[in-house]
Design a protein around this ligand. Structure first.
Ligand code: ACO
Length: 364
């Protein structure tokens, strides 16, 4: 398995790419060719929550033909949190949202917008954002879900930022939640050891101060890679039937090796795009928070970028891959651990099913 990648192909995908830019502090939009945003979208609070039940590598050894040594060496994972039979995405997300709202000092009724990044919502419809709107008590909020695999939180955050900097809304709740355990084939050792359940949330507020909060975002997609990570049934292509259940078509299928290489290149590409958009240097970035899919992917990405490992946030050993929730759980932990101080710039980068990838640069 190659542990690094050439960034060229993914760096050259602007036609499919959505970017938004800010100017260098002090520069004028007219000089840089990009308009300055008169309103910033700041992160006023974050929260996270994982289910109580812990599944260790030792537990997995009893379920499939695997070992703690294989999982640790190949993925960096030691344990993950798994929801109970009755638990749904909104149950986990609700607690993360309440924590984020409490930190931000925002009441649910003040929310204009709720966006949830998820592929394992409570049900296909209504959206989990609508479920949360009702459960939180946020009747003024527009609410919808975004399906972008593990890049879901970054897509959702970027969309919410657009609503805020264009003046369309003032206060938004952005959620990443995933209960991948519910779509895992627990007889397939190549996937079942990787995933965990969890949620994180961020409250965004409009702020008149320029060059603060979310400085830039970069979103990209390449549908030709959809075959590498997908769930075949449950949609209009293969509606649920006895056959789809018997053939385990309601579980996640993955080509791990193909994803690995794309993951490294795409996260490195997102990071470079963010640097370019913000006119920042790697030294200006206090913390890089990559999607937590595999420790080797994270290390290879940092190596490719020549980014100091001590400034890369890693918590994969505790949670496994919680998909769209990894970056926001990590950001919440980093903030609560004191690793993010006022004025610090943090970059989140991720990749996922679609294929999708992207990143956001945030000044706290
Ligand atoms: N325990 C023991 N052996 C295993 C296991 C396991 N759990 N899983 C696979 N193996 C075996 C394979 O059968 C294979 O055996 P063989 O050589 O006899 O055929 C051997 O280990 C090596 O398999 P590889 O697939 O080549 O192992 P690799 O080093 O590539 O690691 C992994 C596999 C961990 C899946 C890696 O490819 C990876 O992390 N890929 C990216 C996955 C990813 O990021 N997915 C999510 C993306 S988006 C999202 O987050 C939802």
């Amino acid at each position: 398995m190659s542990d690094s990648g050439d960034s060229a192909p993914i760096d050259e995908v602007p036609p499919r790419t959505m970017i938004s830019r800010v100017t260098k502090p002090g520069a004028h939009g007219s000089q840089s060719g990009w308009p300055e945003h008169p309103i910033s979208a700041i992160i006023a609070g974050t929260g996270s929550h994982v289910p109580e039940r812990v599944l260790t590598n030792a537990d997995l050894e009893k379920m499939v033909d695997t070992s703690d040594q294989w999982i640790t060496e190949r993925t960096g994972m030691k344990e993950r949190h798994i929801s109970t039979d009755g638990e749904a995405a909104s149950d986990i997300a609700l607690i993360a949202c309440q924590k984020a709202l409490a930190e931000a000092g925002v009441k649910p009724e003040e929310l204009d917008l709720i966006i949830v990044g998820t592929v394992t919502g409570d049900m296909p419809f209504p959206s989990t954002a609508c479920v949360l709107q009702q459960r939180l008590g946020a009747p003024q909020a527009t609410a919808f879900d975004i399906s972008a695999g593990c890049t879901g939180f970054i897509y959702a955050l970027s969309v919410a930022r657009q609503f805020i900097i264009t003046g369309t809304c003032k206060t938004a709740l952005v959620v990443g939640v995933e209960l991948l355990s519910k779509i895992t084939d627990w007889t397939d050792r190549s996937t079942c050891v990787l995933f965990g359940d969890g949620s994180g949330a961020a409250v965004l507020k409009a702020d008149p101060k320029p060059n603060t909060g979310i400085l830039a975002s970069y979103l990209a997609a390449d549908g030709t890679g959809g075959q590498y990570l997908y769930m075949p049934a449950g949609g209009s292509r293969h509606p649920a039937s006895v056959e789809t259940v018997q053939q385990r078509m309601h579980t996640c299928k993955m080509h791990g090796n193909a994803i690995f290489k794309v993951a490294v290149r795409s996260m490195a590409s997102a990071f470079r795009h963010l640097l370019r958009q913000t006119n920042l240097e790697p030294d200006d970035v206090k913390l890089l928070i990559p999607h937590q899919a595999n420790l080797r992917i994270i290390e290879a990405t940092a190596k490719l970028l020549k980014f100091p490992p001590e400034r890369v946030f890693i918590n994969i050993a505790k949670y496994g891959n919680t998909s769209s929730a990894t970056t926001i759980i990590a950001l919440d932990e980093a903030r609560k651990d004191g690793r993010v101080l006022p004025g610090d710039v943090v970059m989140l980068v991720a990749f996922g099913a679609g294929l999708t990838w992207g990143g956001v640069a945030i000044r706290f």
